[in-house]
Ligand binder design. Structure first.
Ligand code: DQA
Length: 147
């Protein structure tokens, strides 16, 4: 089984972007950790980052038939994008939402997530470790599905 790990706008700047909020680990490091963590559970992880909403939409569409699960940190699109929510509903692939920061402890405008409506669950506040938790969550989900 294969998992698609999608990161949205500004997440390419991880490591140097507001390190007090998002930590010092780069996206490259986080993605490498995801690939290794997934592999240890017999899963393949394919990682993609884009600053363009349309590219994220196309990737979600293309996941149909290719990936068994999606992990999505949509960045600021989380709080605005009905299109990304609709895409997740459309492809019917189990998905987990991740945020490095605890969005509920931050500005009011970050509390609302359109993505949340279309996912199994949300993981936030644990930095890049959240992606690994999300892999575990999907692995469990696949196990339960197979029962
Ligand atoms: C984020 C939280 C969003 O509010 C913000 O716009 C981001 C990153 C996070 O991972 O904590 O770009 O998704």
């Amino acid at each position: 089984r294969s998992i698609l790990i999608l990161n949205g706008p500004n997440l390419n700047l991880l490591g140097t972007r507001q390190p007090e909020v998002y930590g010092r680990e780069t996206l490259e490091m986080a993605e490498a950790a995801c690939v290794a963590h997934a592999r240890a559970q017999g899963l393949e992880a394919v990682c993609l980052q884009s600053n363009h909403e349309g590219v994220l939409l196309d990737a979600i569409h293309a996941a149909r038939g290719t990936h068994s699960g999606i992990i999505l940190n949509a960045g600021a699109h989380t709080h605005t994008s009905i299109a990304l929510m609709d895409a997740l509903f459309s492809v019917e692939i189990p998905a987990v939402e991740v945020h490095l920061s605890n969005i509920h402890a931050r500005e009011e405008f970050r509390h609302r997530s359109f993505i949340s409506r279309a996912v199994i669950g949300q993981i936030c506040g644990f930095g890049t470790q959240g992606y690994l938790f999300a892999i575990d969550a999907l692995a469990k989900h696949f196990e339960r599905e197979a029962e």
